[in-house]
Design a protein around this ligand. Structure first.
Ligand code: NAP
Ligand code: ZN
Ligand code: ZN
Length: 353
């Protein structure tokens, strides 16, 4: 007889309005190498907003968003050796990969062409995957992270996507060295964590923002060394040629030539934001300075665990506004209009689903 999946309750968007409402479904049957996780907290990443509204044209409705998940292990399969019932764990942007392609074999499974996304993907059972805006998950143990107990669980949730997305390119592109100058473009969920990691690496960090109202808190509370208003040509000009690298987290179309201008020769800009509009790139903006533009998608499981351990050691957590699930539509609207300091996190276990 076929075993029944686990009943699950979540909130889903059904169409491009992105409006979320209660949704019941079932999780796949736990297999030998699976961990069953009761979701405690889930961050609201701007990617959830892009997906709920089908900004990227690939949304599989009904979609249950959520890929910044912290929870507790409630059951394990017979073959699970890395996790125990009762342990605090995390799940990020993906829950599976092919394990055999070049990317997987080199330890960059985040670039696997068959990456199994936590939400809005296709799972190993052929069903659409549903994310952490729900009460329970069943995940292969190799894609589950250990959350250090020195980090509060609500503030840890955004590390699972926002944190690893900024930490990984800093490590890969040498933007983790004391004395180097890092630019962070867009002071939102990703951007505020980029400041914190940059400062923990001993770097000089300059925020480049479109919001004058964020200047004081970037400098006083988040520890940035300088703040440039991207719309102020004088401020931007004064910083020309000064930065070793830039992490660009902006979620909407924006000019990148002024950002390339503040890079030093051979500096690199790492694009991590996902605007649906193309960015305009004239060759003159990169050729004379030998500058580079590179992308980054989250990080591998190994990178993510290293990031969590580093965050635990250095006391890095997200600045969060914790909300209940029945506030999620308001939270998404506020995220859309840039009204969050700096990440909404849903108290899933404390909400009526
Ligand atoms: P967020 O909290 O909304 O932050 C985005 C920031 O971009 C805003 O705070 C704002 O900063 C700036 N911004 C927004 N609209 C803008 C506009 N029209 N012009 C200029 N600046 C604007 O979003 P997030 O969660 O950090 O995510 C940021 C982007 O990264 C999203 O597109 C998301 O899908 C993507 N993402 C990618 C990955 C990856 O693996 N590559 C992972 C997670 C998220 P200021 O007010 O300072 O200008
Ligand atoms: Zn995300
Ligand atoms: Zn692969």
């Amino acid at each position: 007889m076929e075993k029944e999946g686990l009943p699950a309750l979540g909130w889903a968007a059904r169409d491009t309005s992105g409006h979320l409402s209660p949704y019941s479904f079932s999780r796949r049957v736990q297999e030998d190498d699976d961990v069953t996780i009761k979701v405690l907290f889930c961050g609201i990443c701007h990617t959830d907003l892009h997906i709920a509204k089908n900004d990227w044209g690939n949304t599989l409705y009904p979609v249950v968003p959520g890929h910044e998940i912290v929870g507790v292990v409630t059951d394990i399969g017979r073959g699970v050796d890395g996790f125990k019932i009762g342990e605090t764990v995390g799940v990020g942007y993906f829950v599976g990969s092919c394990r055999t392609c070049i990317s997987c074999s080199k330890g960059y499974e985040n670039y696997c062409a068959k990456l199994e996304l936590t939400s809005n993907g296709v799972g190993r059972d052929g069903e659409n995957t549903r994310g952490g805006f729900s009460d329970v998950l069943v995940v292969n143990q190799d894609y589950v992270l250990r959350v250090p107990d020195t980090v509060p669980m609500d503030g840890a949730a955004p590390l699972l996507c926002a944190g690893v997305t900024v930490y990984t390119p800093m490590m890969r592109h040498g933007l983790n060295a004391p004395g180097k100058h890092l630019g962070v473009v867009g002071l939102g969920g990703l951007g505020h964590l980029a400041i914190k990691f940059g400062k923990a690496f001993g770097m000089t960090v300059t925020v480049i923002s479109s919001s004058p109202a964020k200047r004081q808190e970037a400098l006083d509370r988040l520890g940035a060394d300088a703040f440039l208003l991207s719309s102020d040509p004088e401020e931007m000009k004064a910083a020309a040629g000064t930065m070793d690298g830039i992490i660009d987290t902006v979620s909407a179309g924006h000019p990148i030539v002024p950002l390339l201008d503040v890079l030093s020769p051979m500096g690199q800009i790492v694009l991590v934001g996902g605007p649906s509009e193309p960015l305009e790139l004239p060759a003159y903006a990169i050729v004379p300075g030998g500058k580079g533009i590179v992308g980054n998608l989250v990080g591998s499981i190994r990178d993510c665990q290293a990031m969590l351990d580093f965050a635990g050691k250095h006391g890095i957590t997200a600045d969060v506004e914790v909300v209940k699930m029945d506030y999620v539509n308001t939270a998404v609207q506020r995220l859309q209009r840039n009204d969050v300091r700096y990440r909404f996190v849903i108290d899933v276990a404390g909400s009526q689903l």
